[in-house]
Design a protein around this ligand. Sequence first.
Ligand code: WTA
Length: 664
Amino acid sequence: MAQQDAAGGQEQALSALLHETRRFDPPPELAARANAQASIYEEAAADPAGWWAEQARRLDWETPFTEVLDWNLPDARWFYDGKLNASVNCVDRHVAAGKGDKVAFHWVGEPEGDTRTITYADLLEMVCKAANALTDLGVSAGDRVAIYMPMIPEAVVAMLACARIGAPHSVVFGGFSAEALSSRILDADCRTVITADGGYRRGAPSALKPHVDEALEQCPTVSTVLCVRRTGQEVEWTEGRDHWWHDVVDSASSTHEAAAFDAEHPLYLMYTSGTTAKPKGILHTTGGYLTHVAATHRLIFDVKPDEDVFWTAADIGWVTGHSYIVYGPLANGTTSVMYEGTPTAGGRDRWWRIVEDYKVTILYTAPTTIRTLMKWGEDLPAGHDLSSLRVLGSVGEPINPEAWMWYRKNVGRTRCPIVDTWWQTETGGILITPLPGITSTKPGAAMRPFPGISADVVDNDGRPVGNGEGGYLVITQPWPGMLRGIWGDHDRYVQTYWSRFPGMYFAGDGAKKDDDGDLWLLGRVDDVMNISGHRISTTEVEHALVGHPSVAEAAVVGASDETTGQAIVAFVTVKGNVAVEDESATEALVAELRQTVATTIGPIARPRQILLTPELPKTRSGKIMRRLLRDVAEHRELGDVTTLMDPTVVNMIGEKMREGEDET
Ligand code: WTA
C-alpha cells in the first residue's frame, strides 16, 4: 500500500501547537462523579471481554449468551451462542417497559414547518407493518436489501424492518449516482430496493427514483422496488416490480412476531471507499455491533434517556447515521432529533433554531460543518437560546483546534465538554474519545481509547512509539463492533486490515502520542481522501476521469481545504487526438470532466480543481508521483525529485497551477 506523507504537513503545525496546547479538565462540580467513575478505565482494562459482556447484558437476549469471544485472528465472534433481535432491542422492549409514548424522533423536514413526531409506539407499529410487507414481498432472512432514501422516518423504519426479519440492509447514501448504486446492488446481489420519489435538499425537491430506475437497468435480478412518496414528484413506474409504500406497508398488519437471530447473524453491509476503485462492503453482525454502539452512545455522550434530546447531524447513508441516529440511540431508548436537510435550508440559523425549538442537549456533528458555521459568524448561534446543550461531539475527520475552540465557545458557551470521537465504518462504533466529565480534553485531540479498547501508535516496523512521537494507529485487541469481513472477499479483508502489521488492525490513519501520552489523529496515510468527512478513494475518481473519452491519464490527490478538510484536485492529460486549443475549450472540457465524476460517483466527488497538463510527473519506473502532485496542490516546496524521469514536468505543472489560481 502506498504510504503517503499526508500527515507530514499537519505534523509540523501540530508540534508547534502542542507547545501551547490548552487543556480542559472536567469542571470541579463533576469531580466527585468523575472520581466515582474514573475506575471505568481500570475495570475494563482488567478484563476487557468481561467488561464488554456486562455491556451486552444490558440488551434483551432471547437466548442469553454463555460464550463471550472466539478470537481466531483476524476473525472474531462475540456472544456467539446467544440469540437476539436488533429491532426488538431498539423498539419493542421500550414499549413493553411502558415507554410507548416517549418520543423516538422529533423529525424535522427541510421545508419550514414540515415536522413529524414519532413515539416508540408509533415506531413499533411502522416497523411491524414494514416487516410484514417485506415478508409478503418475498424477502426472507439472509436476503440483502438495498436502501436508497432521503432522511425521512421511513428510512429508519426500513432499516429496522430488515433487521427484524434478519435481512441485512445495505444503505446507499442518497447523494450517490445511479452507477454507484448499481455497483453496490450487484456486489451484494440485492433483489429488493427501498427508495422514495425524492427528498428535499438545499431548498428544493431532489429526485431519487429515477436514479434507481437507471441503476436497475444494470441489475436484472432486482425483482422488487418499494417506493415512499415524499415529494410528490412524477415517477416512472415498472408494473409488477414497483410498489408504493403507502399501498403495501400501510395496509399490512401492525403485529409482527419477531424471530431471534444468532448474535453473529449479518445485520448490515455498508460500502466504503478503499484504496482501489471498487468500494468494499463492510459487514457488521448483530450482537457485538449493537452492544458496541449502545455502550459507546450511553457512556461517551453521558446519555440520560429520560432527559436527553440527542441530535446526530449526519445522514443515515453513512455509518455515523447507522450507529448514532438509528441503532445506538434507539437501543438506549433515547429521544433524537432527525433533520432531513442541509444547514443552510431556511436560513443560516436553521440549526440553532432546531436546537432551541427541541431543547437539544447533545449535538454530534462533523468538523466540516463546524467550520462552515464558523465562517457564518458568531452572531447566529449567539442569537439563539442554546442553554439546553450539555455535551458536544465531533466525528469524521481531524478537528482543527480553531474549530474546536469556536465550537466550545460559541455553541457550548465554554460549559459543554467536547468529545472528539475517532472511528470508522469498519469499527462499527467509536473507539477513541474522551469521556465527558471524566477525561480531560485538548482542542484537536481524541485523547484515549474507549474503555475495553486497546489501541496504540506504532512505527513502520510495528513497534509502539514513545510519547511525543508519531506513527500509525493500530487496534491491538478485537472489539465487539468490529467488521466481520468484506462482503465476498475474505482475502481483501486480511490484506487490507491485518497484513501491514501482523496481529494488529491497521486503520489507515496516522496518529501521534503527545508528551502526556494522549492521542492525536492526523488523517489518512493511504490513497483515501476525506472530503467533508466523506471517504473517497483517489483511484475511484481517477477511474471516473479515465472513463471520459478525451482523457488519457489522470492523477488525483486530496489537497487541504479550509472548509472541507480536504478537496479533490485532479491532474489530467488528454489523448493525442483531442485538441484543447484555447481557454474556452479548456474551460469547457474541465467543466465536462467535473460533471463526469459527479455523474459516475456522486456530486460529493466532484473535483474542486482539474488541471489539464501535457504530462504527469513519473518515476523512472513509470509510477505517478502523487506525493509531488500533492505538494503542488498545496503550494509546498517540492520534496526530493531525483527519482523523477523528467523533473521539469512537475515545475511546469506547478506554474500552470499558480497561473490558474491567479486568474480566479
Ligand atoms: C477519519 C466515519 C480524525 C479517519 C465515522 C478514519 C477521523 C475515517 C475522526 C473513517 C476523528 C473519523 N479524528 N479523523 N475524530 N473520525 N476520522 O469510515 O481518517 O466514513 O479512518 O467513518 O475518517 O471514515 P468513515
